[in-house]
Structure formats: C-alpha cells, structure tokens
Design a binder for this molecule. Structure first.
Ligand SMILES: Cc1ncc(COP(=O)(O)O)c(C=O)c1O
Length: 399
C-alpha cells in the first residue's frame, strides 16, 4: 500500500496509516491508533517497533533467511526481508515518501540510473562525489547513457541542459566544494527524473521531495547510520510507479542490504537527530573559526554568512550539516602534513560518522579536477568542540 501525500504537507508530521491498524487485536489495552502528529524525532525512535504484542522484543529481530514458507507475498530474500522493513519505513518517514535500502550508496545510485533508457541523456554538475562522477563518465564512454556535465553551480546552463534530459543528477551541496543547486528551479524546468543526492545535508536539513524531486538518494553509510561501521544506500520517492520500478531493479540487480547491516542502520537512525544537531553545531563553530585562521585561505560551509549562495541556502535548507572544506595557504605537501598531524581528527576517508575525519580529497585519482589540489575535507563529529579546535589549530599551525 502506498501512502497518500501532498507536496505542501509538512513532511515530518505524517505517519504511515497501515501501521496503525493491527495492534488492538493483539494487545487489548493498546491505543486504537498511533497518534499521527508525532514529531519526526519521536517517529524515528518509535518506528518499526511492535509495542503491543505481549512478549514482543523491543527491537525488530534480524531475519537471517534466503526464503519464506509459501503462502504470503514474501518469496525470495533478494526481493524482501523483514529486516529491511523498519529501516525503510523510518527512512520513508524522514522525507514523507517510500524508501528502499541498498547495499551501498553506489548501489542505490546504480539502481536509479537504470531508470534511464539506453542512450538517454543524463545531466549533472562537473563536481560531486567522485565515485558517481567516474561511474557516469564510464557509462557515457560505453554509450549506455549520454552524459552532459555543466559548470557548477551555473544554474542557467543546468536549466538549459535539463530541459530535454532523461535524468538530472543533482548533488547539493556538492561533496566536497559545498556548491548548492536550486532544486526547485531545476525540477520545475524539466520533465526528466530528478534525483537529489541528499547525503551531505541529510533529510533533517533538506527535503528534496518537497521541492519537486522525483527521488532523494542517500549514502546511508554516512550520517544516517552514523557510526562508520557499515555501507548502505537509500532511495526515497513519492512516485508509486518509480518506486515499483526501483524495487524491481533492486531485486534483479541484487544490491540488497544484509539483514545485519539493515539492523545497524536502524540502530543508527534512532539517534540521527541528536548526532546531527551536535555535529552541525560543532561544524558551524569550527567553520567560523577557520575563516579567521591565518593558514586558511578559503572555507566552504553552507552555514557561513559569507557563502556565495547564502540566499539559496536560506530558501532550500533548514540545516547546514557537518561537512566543511578548506583550502590552506600552502601546497599539496602542506595539506598532507596537516592531515597527518592531528590526534583527534582521524586521517581517513568518508564522512557523517560520530568521529571527526579529515583528508585531502585530490589524493584520490577520480576526484574531479575542479577540486583544488590543496583542499582538505573535514567531516565534523560529535566530540567536544574545543578539543576538536585545539587539535586542528595545532595541525594547521605546523605548516
Ligand atoms: C555524496 C555521496 N554520494 C554517494 C556516495 C556513495 O556512497 P557509498 O560509499 O555508500 O557507496 C558517497 C560516498 O562517499 C557520497 O559522499
């Protein structure tokens, strides 16, 4: 069953109606219905729990199986696994749509790209997560798609190319340069499938589906799960046909999440709002201090008043996230030195975990050349902000 929705509805206050029905039969004192006005913070803690069956576990169990005894619509575990259900319904609630989880963000991306007909036109910016950038270039070279990359963040060019596209890939803000695309303007200008990679800000700070996007995509490896201990991806949509197609693609291409990873993802989701609140507070404070640091020439963070797209940011985002990038006064060797001199900030790749991480992005061969060679990406965690600052400050001062 697919939920009813309205684009104007506030996405955090709706509730999947089908969940409200079964409880009283099993638990005589249960409320007739779960309240439908719970805030999202309540929903992500409560979602997927069976409160009203005597003896039921507080957490949905991990179901390790390849198949199911005949007689229901559960057939083979590549198509369905009860272990996915709670994570999917929770992620769906975050953006008031219906969610599918995948084995990684790239698996989610790969499923979405399968919606493009052979030879179809895909438009994206010339900067964004390097794995997706590389893969789209590969697909273009093999003629699976026709790729057009526009200058980031040139909206005029983007709108022009989006007009006759089959799919527009919108990563906003871009990892790691933190450029912002106007989601509503792009979605209005095209009939193409629009996919917003919402990984960097996350569902609590940006709602692409409310702005007209067909699909909101996440690397759930990052802030959604939040503990740097699993790979996962998610696609959320309000379009029932698109959902069904994506479900079929996932089943037949096989990028499914393991039962254990789905459980860990759900466990991480329970604290998403707390982690996000702290990490973004820390990030704002650190970004503001970095702006005044004598060894830093450029700070990219959407929460800064100096961000060149601050009007658009105010219009489309309610949170600023935990990702910052900086350019230092110095070259590649200096940037590498900063990354190797910290004790708290872990010199490692990825983002969105509870622990702070940093790295020079161009050390990766696939990183778009638009990213400055001395750019350091900082993923801010939930540690004490003064400890984080002292550690970073001494590393910067070492060059
Ligand atoms: C913005 C963005 N999208 C997608 C991905 C890919 O996700 P995953 O690593 O979970 O496959 C990443 C990974 O870093 C990312 O940063």
């Amino acid at each position: 069953m697919f939920i009813a929705w309205s684009p104007k509805q506030h996405c955090h206050n709706t509730f999947h109606a089908q969940e409200a029905t079964a409880y009283p039969k099993r638990y005589p004192h249960a409320m007739a219905e779960k309240p439908n006005n719970w805030k999202i913070q309540t929903q992500i803690v409560q979602s997927g729990r069976d409160h009203f069956t005597s003896g039921a576990p507080l957490n949905p169990p991990i179901t390790l199986t390849t198949g199911y005894i005949d007689g229901t619509n559960r057939g083979y575990a590549r198509a369905t696994n009860p272990s996915w259900d709670a994570a999917e319904s929770t992620i769906g609630k975050l953006e008031n749509g219906q969610a599918l989880i995948f084995s990684s963000g790239i698996a989610a991306f790969s499923a979405a790209i399968e919606l493009v007909p052979v030879g179809g036109k895909v438009v994206m910016g010339d900067v964004g997560y390097n794995g997706i950038d590389r893969r789209l270039k590969d697909l273009s070279e093999s003629k699976r798609i026709k790729l057009v990359q526009v200058l980031t963040p040139n909206l005029e060019q983007m709108l022009h190319e989006a007009k006759d596209a089959d799919l527009v890939w919108i990563e906003t803000p871009t990892n790691p340069t933190m450029h912002v695309w106007d989601i509503a303007a792009i979605c209005t200008a095209t009939n193409a499938i629009t996919v917003v990679d919402n990984t960097v800000i996350g569902s609590l700070g940006q709602s692409p589906l409310d702005l007209g996007a067909t699909i909101s995509m996440h690397s759930a490896t990052k802030q959604m799960s939040g503990h740097s201990d699993l790979l996962a991806g998610a696609l959320i949509t309000r379009d029932e046909q698109v959902f069904e197609k994506l479900h079929g693609i996932r089943t037949l291409t096989g990028g499914v999440s393991s039962a254990f990873d789905s459980y860990l993802l759900l466990r991480g989701l329970r604290t998403l709002h707390l982690r996000q609140e702290r990490s973004s507070q820390n990030a704002l404070e650190i970004a503001q201090r970095l702006e005044k640091h004598p060894k830093v020439s450029q700070v990219n963070y959407p929460g800064l008043a100096t961000h060149p797209q601050s009007d658009l940011i105010a219009k489309q985002m309610t949170g600023f996230g935990s990702l910052i990038s900086i350019e230092i006064i110095g070259g590649v060797d200096d940037a590498d030195q900063v990354c190797s001199r910290t004790a708290i900030w872990s010199h490692s790749t990825s983002l969105g975990g509870v622990e702070s991480q940093l790295e020079r992005r161009r050390k990766w061969p696939n990183e778009p050349v638009k990213v400055a060679a001395n750019l350091i990406r900082l993923s801010v965690g939930i540690e004490d902000v003064e400890d984080l600052w002292l550690d970073l400050d001494q590393a910067l001062n070492s060059i």
